[in-house]
Design a protein around this ligand. Structure first.
Ligand code: PLP
Length: 487
């Protein structure tokens, strides 16, 4: 990396700001806190702005280029969301304020609960979980408590399809369940025979992602849910892929009992880099009293002169609190803004266009890459990033080469059931021109693989850094290269 650190750019005596002459007596700083003692870099305002602006350009971003990272729904985040969440009435309130002074905030949360209920078909929603995985943990804990209340503690088994996101088995296992993987059939649906053989009195529930992480809608979803219900189990829906269904299908209507919604995916909030996200959970009527709280409710309906008065409650058999206060309120404001801006027809349009974009791109890409489940996809699709005639090239090499073409790589090596998986999710916010450019890059890379495979195996060639040890990069974070000498 050629970028200099802000210390290397420092020039003695250069200043970013000059205070006006003091009109009060000066008082010395405590020893160790003087400018000389803390060794701060000396730069002009322009130096600082250029330094950080240039640094920010070293990373790929949704605002900078196409980001087809499958399952993450890296759609464009409208800037109006940011404006709304920074309004002082939202950003300057404190969670310990009396509810009489935050009625606007409570109204926003109440309305968002109602909208998510309407969009998803669930009876009641709690906004508090911090992300999708956190919502799954809520779901698993609700399933546990529900069976305990029915004196069915022998129900210890949660079924999870082999295409599932790793957080599904992780949260089930954290909640004390035994995780049983379910194979997929040749069309990418849950294998019904395997499901049937697991439908017994030890079944606590099934965690199902639909559309699943192959980007495929499970064609037997109604039958699958019925089988689990008949066996006495509950069905948790991993709602990370709700984007594809917006305005078209309400998961609550087809029998899912519990589901989380990744507001930072479907309802557009910046994500990546660890948060903050938001993973509200919806449940059917019979599970409403198990939700985590607090939940916003109307305490007084009001009348023609007085607006409704909002308050909070904890459901009777609640699994408890999952988060301090009310969850990530700033994210809730962004999701509210996004839903309000689009309205019902706009939301449906999002679902339709996300599916159209994915199918358009899939048809182009499958000419050069093997598509193991060749049927109409939903919002994303998975191809193999490898060819029999070029054994030296792997999915990772194709991804790294895409960086040279200015694109963020697709998701690699997930789902696990596709060999050398490349999972592409274009989202509805990309234009035909962008999709065509990406397809052209994929085609060019397939040709390069035959002509000069080293171009791929040594890629990226143009990025600020070359290949990193990704495990080490995630485990050994260096977030600060400087500590004040006085500490
Ligand atoms: C993103 C994702 C999750 C986890 O959601 P987070 O908000 O990242 O915790 C779970 N399942 C699927 C299918 C996902 O894509």
């Amino acid at each position: 990396m050629t970028e200099k650190t802000i210390y290397e750019l420092s020039q003695p005596g250069r200043k970013g700001f000059t205070f006006p002459a003091s009109d009060v007596p000066s008082s010395p700083l405590p020893k160790g806190f003087e400018r000389e003692a803390v060794n701060l870099p000396e730069l002009s305002e322009l130096d600082v702005i250029r330094h950080f602006t240039n640094l920010s350009h070293l990373n790929h971003s949704v605002d900078g280029g196409f980001y087809p990272l499958g399952s993450c729904t890296m759609k464009y985040n409208p800037k109006i969301n940011e404006v709304a969440s920074r309004l002082p009435g939202f950003s300057q309130t404190h969670p310990l304020q009396p509810i009489t002074s935050v009625q606007g905030n409570l109204y926003l949360m109440y309305q968002l609960q109602e909208w998510i209920q309407e969009i998803s078909g669930f009876h009641k929603v709690s906004l508090t979980p911090a992300a999708g995985a956190h919502g799954e943990l809520v779901g698993a804990l609700i399933i546990k408590k529900y069976h305990e209340d029915n004196n069915e503690t022998q129900r210890v088994k949660i079924l999870i399809p082999d295409s599932a996101h790793g957080t599904n088995p992780a949260t089930s296992s954290m909640s004390g369940f035994v995780v049983v993987p379910l194979p997929s059939d040749e069309r990418g649906n849950v294998d019904l025979d395997a499901l049937k053989s697991n439908c017994d009195e030890t079944l606590a529930g099934l965690m199902l992602t639909n559309p699943n992480t192959l980007g495929l809608f499970d064609e037997n979803v109604v039958e699958v849910i019925e089988m689990v219900h008949t066996a006495g189990g509950l069905v948790y829906g991993d709602g990370a892929n709700l984007n594809a269904l917006l305005g078209i299908l309400r998961p609550g209507d087809v029998g899912f009992d519990i589901m989380h919604f990744n507001l930072h995916k479907t309802f557009s909030t910046p994500h990546g880099g660890g948060g903050p996200g938001s993973g509200p959970v919806g449940v059917s009527e019979s599970l409403a009293e198990y939700l985590p709280g607090p939940i916003v409710t109307i305490l007084d309906e009001g009348d023609e002169e007085n607006p409704p008065f909002y308050g909070l409650y904890m459901p009777e058999k609640s699994i408890g609190r999952m988060k301090a206060f009310f969850g990530h309120f700033g994210v809730l404001v962004k999701a509210f803004t996004y839903i309000a801006m689009h309205g019902p027809d706009g939301l449906r349009d999002i679902g339709v266009k996300a599916v159209l974009n994915a199918n358009y791109l899939m048809e182009k890409v499958k000419k050069d890459y093997f598509l193991p489940y060749d049927r109409i996809c939903m919002h994303e699709f998975v191809v193999e990033g490898t060819w029999k005639d070029v054994p030296s090239v792997h999915a990772l090499d194709i991804s790294k080469r895409l960086i040279d073409y200015g694109f963020h790589p697709p998701t690699n090596y997930f789902p696990l059931i596709v060999h050398e998986a490349l999972m592409v999710e274009p989202t509805e916010t990309e234009s035909k021109q962008t999709l065509d450019a990406f397809a052209a890059a994929m085609k060019a890379i397939a040709q390069e693989a035959r002509e000069n495979p080293e171009l791929l195996t040594k890629a990226p060639h143009t990025a600020p850094i070359r290949r990193t040890d990704e495990v080490k990069a995630a485990r050994d974070l260096v977030l600060c290269c400087w500590t004040p000498e006085i500490l």
